[in-house]
Design a protein around this ligand. Structure first.
Ligand code: MLT
Length: 408
């Protein structure tokens, strides 16, 4: 008899974003003329940067020739892209990352979900609450958790509440943990962590032989230079941290698919009898076995992001999204809402009106303003009482959405 992986049965009904799409689809079917504005999933709206488009066109033309055809590439990514990343994303910020510590992939979602495979099943996982659901769900699928308590929490996971009281930056865990997922700038709250705050986490991980799984997918939205873009700006982090990055939000690649992960060579995990094992070769082994590399055309587009023209064009688009975030913060605050985030991140974390839960507020926004948001409860129990609004849209739609919300 074929047996199912019963861990999947522990998962809550559907993944958050398809569930929202389902509800929005049902609403549009019933109200075909409703002019819906989507500020839900963080999906980009602005076209690719011209420098990226030009590089991809050129790569397609190369591929159309015998001499320029690229078949299977290096699973870890082409040197031209890994070198540009090492130089522009890390060296420029004082972080020393070697080319063979960088693994190009089809995005941070897959990497943050897959990385748990290289860790023992008995490790204790710590996540922030609210949290990007991928970190939790993939550990549930792997069998590292117990059952769901019906309120959004799984047994055997340590949840670290992120609230207005702690500025949405978690306290260190009081029980020992092994795998710590951190995301800054944070999805969903938009919070950022200072150098001092990250130092505490790196110190904790060193003291406790733990690993930090650091999701920096939104680092390009940081507007204050004193805020770290990478965990490797913190001394000692190379010994204890893996970092995930993405071109999705930085360069509008949500539909193109490209990201990368850094696994430093100093990073180790232990066998049950205490022997240290380097994780870089283990991730390399896993990556080469399960992944055939990102397409040449995509990587050529990605490397163009680091060209002088590409940098400027990509920054202009980020500025547009962040001016949306400024407009949203200003409008919602003027309307009497309490808002967080949106200063160094493309997400606004809005406190729902007293006594209104996050799915009810989602319904209100959809029905009365035809605006889609993401209910905070979908990110965990501590997300209840909040909704997330994405700044990824064009300024006209954002203005219109704010106007409609003011009339609710
Ligand atoms: C989000 O809206 O949280 C993200 O776009 C989802 C993702 O990156 O997978």
């Amino acid at each position: 008899m074929i047996l199912v992986n019963e861990n999947f049965l522990k998962l809550k009904a559907g993944y958050l974003f398809p569930e929202i799409s389902r509800r929005v689809f049902a609403f549009s079917k019933a109200n075909p003329d409703a002019p819906i504005i989507k500020l839900g999933i963080g999906d980009v709206t602005e076209p690719l940067a011209p420098a990226v488009v030009e590089a991809m066109h050129k790569a397609v033309d190369e591929m159309a020739t015998h001499s320029g055809l690229h078949g299977y590439g290096p699973e870890q990514g082409y040197a031209f892209l890994r070198e540009a990343i090492a130089e522009s994303d890390f060296k420029s910020r004082g972080a020393n990352i070697a080319v063979d510590e960088i693994f190009i992939s089809d995005g941070a979602k897959c990497d943050t979900g897959n990385m748990q495979e290289i860790f023992g099943i008995d490790n204790v996982v710590a996540v922030t609450d609210p949290v990007y659901p991928v970190y939790v769900d993939t550990n549930v699928m792997a069998g590292r958790t117990g059952d769901n308590d019906g309120k959004g929490r799984y047994a055997n996971i340590i949840y670290m509440p992120c609230t207005a009281q702690n500025n949405f930056v978690p306290e260190l865990p009081t029980k020992p943990v092994d795998m710590i997922y951190l995301c800054f700038p944070n999805n969903p709250t938009g919070a950022v962590a200072t150098k001092e705050q990250l130092k505490k986490w790196v110190h904790y991980a060193i003291e406790n032989n733990a690993v930090i799984l650091y999701d920096a997918a939104y680092e390009a939205f940081i507007r204050d230079d004193s805020i770290p873009h990478s965990i490797y700006e913190i001394e000692g982090a190379r010994k204890v941290a893996i970092e995930f990055r993405s071109f999705s939000k930085t360069a509008g690649f949500t539909g193109v698919r490209c990201g990368f992960t850094v696994v430093p060579k100093e990073l180790v995990a232990y066998t049950k009898d205490g022997k240290a094992v380097e994780l870089n070769p283990i991730w390399n082994r896993r990556h080469c076995t399960k992944f055939n590399g990102v397409s040449y055309i995509t990587q050529k587009g990605a490397v163009a992001v680091y060209s002088p023209k590409g940098k400027k064009q990509v920054q202009d688009t980020i500025n547009l999204y962040m001016s949306n975030a400024d407009a949203m913060r200003a409008a919602l605050t003027a309307q009497g809402y309490q808002v967080f985030g949106g200063e160094h991140a493309p997400y606004i974390w809005l406190k729902t009106p007293e006594g209104v839960d996050s799915w009810s507020f989602f319904d209100t926004l959809l029905n009365k303003a035809n605006v889609v948001c993401t209910p905070g409860a979908g990110f965990g129990a501590a997300g209840e009482g909040y909704v997330r609004l994405s700044a990824f849209n064009n300024p006209e739609n954002v203005e219109e959405a704010m106007d409609r919300i003011s009339k609710i």
